[in-house]
Design a protein around this ligand. Structure first.
Ligand SMILES: *[C@@H]1O[C@H](CO)[C@@H](O)[C@H](O)[C@H]1NC(C)=O
Ligand SMILES: *[C@@H]1O[C@H](CO)[C@@H](O)[C@H](O)[C@H]1NC(C)=O
Ligand SMILES: *[C@@H]1O[C@H](CO)[C@@H](O)[C@H](O)[C@H]1NC(C)=O
Ligand SMILES: *[C@@H]1O[C@H](CO)[C@@H](O)[C@H](O)[C@H]1NC(C)=O
Ligand SMILES: *[C@@H]1O[C@H](CO)[C@@H](O)[C@H](O)[C@H]1NC(C)=O
Length: 854
């Protein structure tokens, strides 16, 4: 018996569990495997912590607690997996996409299931309409809300038991990848009801409203869905068939299986051949060798382990090192492309792990350092304490600040680290106020997890965080920032470690030994990526529309593990990261010219869209819930740009994406914050181009800043194009009056703040550097000059602080005069009929030439 240590996902039960069935290996094979394993370090990945989380905001209870589906169990419960809709409020009857290739629905009356046969491409998305083909039940079913329940689950599968007080009932093992639905009856009268039109025929014989009897161990039935085969593994059954249903004529003990026959000529014979071995669950297993991980799925089977027929998706086939042979002649087209079977109950998938930690793995190129430092100094000086109004936006700002501290470290400016850390600590301290702050974290007790406290009863708060949406996005940002503070301040870390650890456990718990958090909450190990959807709306369809933030969530966990110095946790976090990135490259990144026959998206029209905006379980498309611009759809899959992501942004995709967004990059109405993200990512291909294209960006925000952008471009691997940063013309600095070509000076007073060139003595203005340009400060009124984003109103001394609308570029002309470009709308400043300065001129030649007078 091979001793490989296991993280057994199946022991997630308080009152019982499935027995793992271990298949004895022939001695020779065991010897070979021992040899293979000698180079690998198998790790039992222990819990991050097992103590009750102590959160300053205390505990809250979800307004949408799980229903009686979990009647035998205590939390923590999964909140994000494919089957949560079986359990979630209000009625535990959502259609769930899974266990693939099936979609299903657990109703009081029975288990409905079907395989979508309609795949449509509507120009934006491929959609596989949900479809129920059959409902499995038993005549004695009490049909109540409490007469079916979970009886076991693991990281991927769930077992549902339908039961009557008499003991009659059935158990079904819902295991993703099985081409069969498996139903284990106990002293119950089987009834299979068509959910897709009438039953047309059984075993080739037409059926009608009048019952017809059929006996045997195999039945071929046709309804509106097409052909299903029914297998009895425990002796002959007699069915009375009508155009509505097949009802057994006696109670039955034993397993029956249903499977959909496909159009392929051999599909039925393949299904026949492997019908007797069935899966009941799965155990995950990991082994690590340096930067190489093997993720194993051991499907628990009844029958002959080597004869388990189980379906793979394209990302599995890319990574499987065993088994590698695909059984041809049976396949199912799903949202993720074709599922095709392999044989055997142990799958091993190989992933390369990331090696990048805090910083880029190379020094910033010298051409950029002075500009990085100039931007860094400005940004550090202008940091403000972010007051949490939610986890999401606060977290982005928090991580953004953290990156500044790391950059200061890398460019040799340790004096700039502490000012950053100090502001971050003040910002973080709001979370320690308990409920004195209107936004607070709390431990939610009905499902088990850390949530945005007020959100536990309001899914509109913080993108549904309190309903378990988006936890990996939100907490990745927090973990990242907290790990950076910890790197520079051990005292702070020791004081805050327990609180921060709760967030790591929430998204990255590796072990069922932690009784407060479900295992790897968001990760769907079989689907090959995470889901962002929690328990809102009955936990129906799953989605994830921000793969970049999912990847970043696991980056935060890597940095957290780094602070703990826990190598096992680090490996686990790196595997979470690597699988997410592989998911991004398989299901989010599109390759228009790919001839890969294994592409998940055979439709060339979809692949031409370059990037999926939202991968859902029943559809995937180039759209977002919140934005329709190509640059937004691309940027949200990219951001936040950090050094580790050089492993995610592959060249073929970046080049396609660059073409896809090119017209928008030239469009001044598209937000700079999206452009900045795209330029940063494109730095993998051509940092020189990214740099020159980014020089007019003035709107920083979210996860970008000029220091972050310059540092990122300066540290790219592909610097073969020479100097990355070139000297950019900087605004004059100092205090000046401004003279217009008409000889008049520009004035702006407290009573008349608009800038007008009608005066004989001008107002003194001070010009200072700002990332992307500079500010213009009215020395008399002590206000910054601001520009109207529509260029309809005159410039005005009207803002106490300078931000994107107060950012201008002064461009020197051959005669020593200057033209002024407003960053906010990329337009030049001219004079209107009344002599007012307005940013509404399109060309440099039509712009007004001003003289600066000392
Ligand atoms: C008999 O069943 C077949 C499918 O097996 C179907 O194509 C045909 O329409 C049925 N005939 C009648 C009269 O329902
Ligand atoms: C990683 O491990 C797998 C499985 O042992 C092996 O096939 C592969 O060659 C290894 N890759 C590297 C880069 O070491
Ligand atoms: C690296 O940069 C060079 C020069 O700009 C470019 O020709 C090449 O395609 C780049 N390589 C990749 C992998 O993007
Ligand atoms: C930036 O602005 C300058 C001045 O208006 C203009 O000449 C240049 O083309 C712009 N560069 C880019 C990359 O948009
Ligand atoms: C204008 O204001 C700046 C900033 O407050 C100050 O440094 C400068 O001395 C002032 N100049 C004049 C001429 O008032």
């Amino acid at each position: 018996m091979v001793q490989s240590s296991r993280m057994t996902a199946c022991d997630n039960y308080l009152y019982g569990g499935v027995n793992h069935r271990w298949t004895e290996l022939p001695p020779m094979l065991a010897f070979v495997i021992l040899l293979l394993c000698a180079c690998l370090v198998s790790a039992v990945i222990g819990p991050i912590d097992t103590a009750a989380p102590s959160i300053p905001g205390g505990t809250v209870v979800s307004a949408a607690p799980p229903g009686p589906f979990f009647q035998d169990y205590k939390p923590p419960f999964p909140t994000t997996g494919w089957w949560v809709g079986y359990a979630a409020a209000p009625s535990q009857d959502s259609v769930v996409a899974g266990p693939f290739p099936y979609m299903s629905r657990s109703l009081d009356t029975g288990l409905q299931f079907g395989i979508s046969s309609a795949r449509n491409f509507d120009g934006t998305s491929i959609i596989q309409t949900t479809q129920m083909d059959w409902e499995a039940s038993y005549l004695e079913n009490p049909n109540t809300h409490t007469s079916h329940k979970a009886s076991a689950w693991d990281t991927q599968s769930v077992t549902i038991k339908y039961f009557a007080s008499s003991g009659a009932g059935f158990t079904t093992y819902l295991v993703p990848g099985s081409p069969y639905i498996t139903l284990n009856y106990n002293a119950a009268t089987i009834i299979l009801t068509s959910r897709n039109g009438n039953v047309l025929s059984v075993n080739g014989k037409n059926v009608t409203a009048t019952p017809t009897s059929f006996s045997g161990t195999k039945f071929t039935v046709i309804n509106g869905a097409g052909t299903y085969v029914i297998y009895s593994l425990s002796g002959s059954i007699t069915f009375s068939a009508t155009s509505v249903s097949l009802t057994a004529t006696a109670t039955h003990n034993g397993v029956i299986r249903l499977a959909r026959v496909t159009a392929e000529a051999t599909s039925q014979s393949i299904l026949d051949q492997y019908s007797t071995t069935y899966p009941t669950g799965v155990a995950l297993d990991y082994s690590f060798s340096a930067n190489n991980a093997t993720l194993s799925f051991t499907w628990n089977v009844v029958g002959t382990a080597s004869q388990l027929l189980h379906l793979t998706w394209p990302h599995h086939r890319k990574r499987l090192i065993s088994p590698t042979a695909i059984v041809s002649g049976l396949s199912y087209l799903t949202t993720k492309g074709y599922m095709k079977p392999t044989l055997g109950n142990v799958w091993k998938l190989n992933y390369a792990l990331p090696t990048i930690n805090w910083l880029a793995p190379r020094a910033p190129q010298a051409s950029c350092t002075s500009q990085i430092i100039q931007a860094l100094e400005y940004e550090v000086q202008h940091l403000t304490v972010a007051v949490p109004g939610d986890f999401y936006f606060w977290g982005k700002a928090f991580q953004g600040m953290a990156r500044l501290a790391l950059i200061a470290d890398h460019v040799g400016r340790p004096d700039l680290i502490n000012p950053v850390i100090s502001v971050m600590k003040q910002s973080f301290a709001y979370w320690l106020n308990g409920r004195q702050s209107s936004t607070y974290a709390a431990y939610e007790t009905a499902w088990g997890g850390v949530v945005d406290g007020p959100g536990a009863s309001d899914p509109s708060i913080d993108y549904g965080n309190g309903y378990y949406n988006d936890h990996h996005f939100h907490y990745g940002y927090m973990l990242h920032g907290a790990a950076v503070i910890a790197k520079y301040d051990t005292t702070w870390w020791n004081a805050n470690k327990n609180f921060i650890t709760a967030f790591a456990r929430d998204i990255g718990n590796p072990s069922t030994a932690d009784k407060y958090f479900t295992v790897s909450r968001c990760k769907d190990w079989f689907a090959g990526h995470s889901w962002a959807s929690g328990i809102a709306n009955g936990a129906g369809s799953r989605d994830q529309e921000s793969i970049g933030e999912a990847v970043n969530g696991y980056y935060g966990l890597i940095l957290f593990a780094n602070i703990l110095g826990n190598q096992d946790l680090m490996n686990w976090a790196r595997l979470l990261w690597a699988t997410e990135v592989d998911g991004a490259q398989t299901y989010w990144h599109l390759y228009p010219s790919s001839n890969d026959p294994d592409t998940p998206y055979p439709e060339p029209g979809l692949r031409a869209l370059t990037t999926i905006g939202n991968v859902m379980d029943y559809q995937a498309g180039a759209w977002l819930f919140w934005g329709a611009q190509c640059s937004e759809i691309a940027a949200i899959q990219i951001l936040p740009v950090t050094p580790i992501n050089e492993g995610m942004y592959d060249t073929a995709w970046l080049n396609g994406m660059w073409n896809y967004v090119s017209s928008e990059l030239a469009d001044p109405t598209i937000g700079d914050e999206w452009k900045a993200v795209i330029y940063m990512a494109y730095g993998e291909v051509n940092p020189q181009t990214s740099f020159s294209r980014s020089t007019n960006i003035t709107g920083w925000g979210g996860t970008t800043s000029q220091a972050l952008l310059l540092y990122h471009l300066a540290t790219r691997k592909n610097s073969s194009g020479g100097n990355i940063c070139s000297a950019t013309a900087s605004n004059p600095s100092g205090t000046f009056t401004i003279r217009a070509p008409n000889g008049h000076f520009v004035s702006s007073t407290g009573a008349a703040p608009n800038l007008v060139a009608t005066a004989t003595a001008g107002t003194p203005f001070t010009f200072t550097f700002m990332p992307g340009g500079g500010s213009i400060f009215n020395n008399i009124t002590q206000q910054y000059v601001t520009a109207d984003p529509n260029g309809a109103l005159p410039l005005s001394s009207a803002r106490p602080v300078a931000q994107a609308w107060e950012n201008f570029k002064l461009l020197i002309q051959a005669d020593g005069t200057y033209i002024i470009r407003a960053g906010v709308n990329a337009a030049y400043v001219g004079l209107d009929g009344a002599g007012a300065l307005v940013n509404n001129v399109a060309s440099t030649s039509a712009a007004t030439k001003f003289t600066l007078v000392h």
